[in-house]
Structures are given as C-alpha cells and as structure tokens.
Design a protein around this ligand. Sequence first.
Ligand code: ARG
Length: 423
Amino acid sequence: MSNQNTHVRTATYLADPADVHRVLLLYSGGLDTSVMLKWIQDEYDAEVVALTVNLGQPGEDYEVVKGKARQIGAVDAFVVDAREEFARDYVVPAIRANAIYGLGYPLFTALGRPLIAKLAVQYAREHGCDTIAHGCTGKGNDQVRIESTIATLAPELKVIAPVRSWKMGRDEELAYAREHGIPIKTLPAQGAESAPYSIDDNLWGRSSEGRWIEDLSVAPQDDVFQLVTRPELAPDEPQVIELDFEAGVPVALDGQRLELVELLERVAALGCRHGVGIVDHIEDRIVGLKVRDIYEVPAAAILLPAHAELERLVGTIHQNQFKSALDQKWAYLVYAGLWWEPLRGDLDAYMQAANATVTGRVGVKLFKGSARVVTRESPYAVYDAQLATFSESGGLFSQEASPGFIELWSLQSRMAWQVRNSR
Ligand code: ARG
C-alpha cells in the first residue's frame, strides 16, 4: 500500500517497512490493538505475536484476550502475569520515594510502561521478532516510556506505532473492525456517546481521559468511577486500618502478614469501599500538552501517606528536608519515561538507605473519601514523648540553654534586618 512511499523514518529505532517480518504486538484486547493486529498482517505482510501483560487490571479475562488475539490471526499469543514483579520492583520503589507527580498522580501508568516494554523486548527476542508494535497515540507520555525503553534495552529491535501514523479515527477503526470480522467488546448504544473513556489501569491505579473530562468546566460525572465508591455513598461509619512497614515496604494489614500483591489489592478494596483515592488532575505532559485525568488510586491514597508519615517520624529534620527534593526528582524521571536512566538507580539506592529504618505501624482512618493517618509507632522513631511534653527534659538538653541558641540562631537575620531598616 501507500505505506512504503509515505513512510518517513524520524528516529533510528523506527522500523523500515521493508524490514518488518515478525512483529511482537503489545496487545490489550481493546479496539486499537485489535485493529492493529489485523492491520499489521496486511500492511506489512508480517506475522504477529501478541503479548498481553497482567499488571493487575481489575476484571480482565486474559483467556478471552488471548483467544481473541488468535482469532484475529496472531501466530502466537501470550499472557504474562507480571503482578508480583510490578509490585516488588516498581511499586515498592515508588512507595519508598513517596512518588507523586504534580498534585496527586501516583504514577501507576508511568511505572507500568517500562515493565511492559521490557517484557515486550524479552518476548520479541525469544520468539524471533524483528519489530515491536504498540498502540500509543502521538499525543501522550506512554509512547515516550515504551519507545525509550525499547531503544535502551534492545537497540537491535525496531518499533512501529500504527495508531500514531494511520490516521484512522474511532469510526474508521470500527468500520475496519466490522469489515475484517474483528470482534468488538462493547458497541455504543444508539444515541449514546460514541467514544468511551480512554482507560488505563493496573493494581496501583486507574486513569480515565477523554469525553467531558477534556472540558475543564465540567465536574466529574458519576459514570467515570468504576472502582472507587463515590464518597457520598460510602459507609457512614469510619474504619481505622493498621499498616505495618518494614524498611519502607508494606508487609501487613491489620496485623495479618500478606504477600505484596494481595496486600495492595486488599488495601485498594478498602479504599474503594470508603470512597478514597479520587483525584481530578491537570497534568503537564512530557510532550508539551496539559491534560486532565480522572484518577482512581485507592491503594496509593492510603499507602503513600502512611509511608510518608512513618518516614518522617524516623528521619531527622535534615534527612526529611533533603529527601523530599530527591523524591520529586525520582517521580519526575519516572513520569518522563526515563526509568532506565542511571540517576534513577542512584536515587533508588538513596531511597533504600533512607528507608532502612522505616519500620513500624501506622493507623489510617478511612471515612467518606478521606484517608487520614491517626496513629504512628516505630522502634526507630526520633521521638521522645517526655521531651515533647513540657515536663522535665529527660537529660538530653537543658531548657535554660534555649536563649543562648536563639541568640546565635537569629544572629545573621537580626544583623541583616538592622542593616536594611536603620539609617
Ligand atoms: N496521564 C497519565 C500519564 O501520563 C495517565 C496516562 C494513561 N494512559 C493511557 N493510555 N490512557 O501517566
């Protein structure tokens, strides 16, 4: 087709159509990647191997997804359950780094992409593919995360991103699917909004974009919330849960030790029940645009503040002030698709060191949309109840020494004030 003539290779890692013979497709089972599965076979005369990665997307039936891939012509279709690796190697470092981008995005998508792309590289190599295909558009951060991962880990592999180049709108894609007998999960009812929300989710959160969300004057509409109970419908009774951390890693819920994935899922379920974790976020994307996302992040909205509170309790004032700057840098690198950047690893080493004493128990009160830390305890707390009360100082310092401290502490500021205000 026209592809050969119109193709412009704007990056070295993009595939020359003539060299595309066997493609590893990152396949979600949705409309875009289903159309891609067929389109790639026809457009490039290539074989397609489909890979679907389970990062804990709630309610997904992976057998159905795999069957669908085969039905549309994949020569092979794989589903990999990467939940444990995701939780251990991506979410835990994010917890240690108190990772939030902007005013409330806990980075679940940004954390998932490098792992998905890493698995794509692994499967592409194992199954003799020369090219990796993904379904990201040209407007988002996800293309950055996926392609920079592939270009970093596998310089020999090439990339195609059909959605970015084929210029089909949703209606054309639906027509293409119908024409080629591609099964479509849900067709909009007559008269309903023609496009669904654009969703991405995993065990650390869920995002919705598109439709009314793009209109900043519209308040969130109920039908967007598929995970978290709306706070006004949440139970009238608050619930206090207890979370145990060891070296910054959550290990138990209400005194019960749990595997990480199960703990994250259980905490998420509690958050959902109490309406916790709804975020309406305007975000500065890496690719210039600002975008509004509606996030449902029930687990992150509980675990991140619990961790941060414990960390502040065991850290000194100097550690605490220093770390927040590094936390921000960590979050930005991850948001920006630079998971494999050595600085991220350097920061991780620091995060791990700083978290060595983040061990203890935090009580969090869940009530109608809020998650508030109400109790904290740690054997490493830099805290002495006796020192904090107005009674005897316990021998570590003398209150009589305070005026001397104040005189020196304020010295430069006082001098500067005088210089500026006396004439
Ligand atoms: N704005 C968020 C981010 O850049 C969420 C992106 C969700 N991705 C998607 N394909 N729907 O990380």
